[in-house]
Design a protein around this ligand. Sequence first.
Ligand SMILES: NC(=O)c1ccc[n+]([C@@H]2O[C@H](COP(=O)([O-])OP(=O)(O)OC[C@H]3O[C@@H](n4cnc5c(N)ncnc54)[C@H](O)[C@@H]3O)[C@@H](O)[C@H]2O)c1
Length: 379
Amino acid sequence: MAIDKKIVSILPAMRMILSEDKIKVAKISADTDVSIAHIEVAANDDAQRVLESFKREVAVYKSKKGQLPQIIHLKTLGVVAVAETAYEVDCLLSHSSTEKIMPAKGRAVGKTAVVTGGAQGFGGGLAEHFIKDGANVIIADLNEEKGQEYAAELNKQTASNKAFFVKVDVSDPDSVQELIFKTVCEFGGFDVIVSNAGILRAGGLDEMTPETFELMTKVNYTGYFYCAKYAAPVLKLQTAHKPGYYADIIQINSKSGLKGSNRNFAYAGGKFGGLGLTQSFALELMPSRVKVNSVCPGNFFDGPLWSDPEKGLFVQYLNAGKVKGAKSIDDVKAFYEAQVPAGRGCTVIDVMRAVYYIIEQEYETGQAVPVTGGQEMLN
Ligand SMILES: NC(=O)c1ccc[n+]([C@@H]2O[C@H](COP(=O)([O-])OP(=O)(O)OC[C@H]3O[C@@H](n4cnc5c(N)ncnc54)[C@H](O)[C@@H]3O)[C@@H](O)[C@H]2O)c1
């Protein structure tokens, strides 16, 4: 049975109402036996009223049992389980033992993070760090085969928190809305969305076609707007039901969002525009305790964009003779590394540190955090 889309305006609030000192995970199932539920709530009303009845039922259950309910029958919508880890929630819904489930450990415990473009590159690396650090991760990517495989690989590393793949095209608003819906059904909500999916097709004015320009703008710029637009209601619902709790929208921008990029204007223009969105979203959302920031990494030489042996920029630049005197990929790489004061390209951990700074720092929003090894400095 399909789950009603209305759940997006109910479950994130339920998750927070049942989170006391630790932020929990909630999941809805349409085919779980309702007889295992601890409480029952009528859900055929508007979201606000459903939540009011839910709070009343929770209070009654708590006063009787001395603890919070973990399994809730939302009548006509499904059965919801709420627990500290994603695996515990799955066990509750399948009516199996939760005894052997280990608590999640690490810097990001209690967080659920959506990472667009999370199947490879920077996004893949950030997803791996989140998993190792105890968070749940939604790998949201256009590449279904790679994304599914990667989520399965990450799940081998953990038995408490979870990676979950959702196919998305960030340039399609319906697809992003569906991503948010599936995330809410699986985890009850999310605490961080990293708008990372991006594409690069370089070219000067003589080469750039209107179609390529349009495609890059839709993915790199408009895609960020769609992520913020459909993520914001969930994040605001959560902050409204949990005093002192902050949520994050983080855009992976670029050093090309800070300085023009020769024969690469479609990319730089979209990234510059992204910072305008970040600052404006930040002004709108900080009163609701949703922070919005960008990270501006330098070149990720070890990632597929640069290092892919067939299509990577190193091999392209070598073949095109772009670096004078370069005879090998290593020569091209050395030329670009020499332009960075730190003497090397940007890596995933460099970006992850900036992401953690943003998440953990409650007193900052609307910023573009440079991670360029000194190649770009703010003015
Ligand atoms: N690679 C770099 O040197 C570098 C430097 C600075 C900033 N960045 C930024 O970092 C982000 C990630 O770059 P990367 O180099 O890791 O990229 P990548 O090409 O290695 O990975 C991008 C991922 O996004 C996915 N994707 C592409 N279009 C999509 C769409 N429409 N919807 C959903 N997913 C889509 C791809 O399938 C892929 O898995 C981008 O925003 C990029 O602009 C990259």
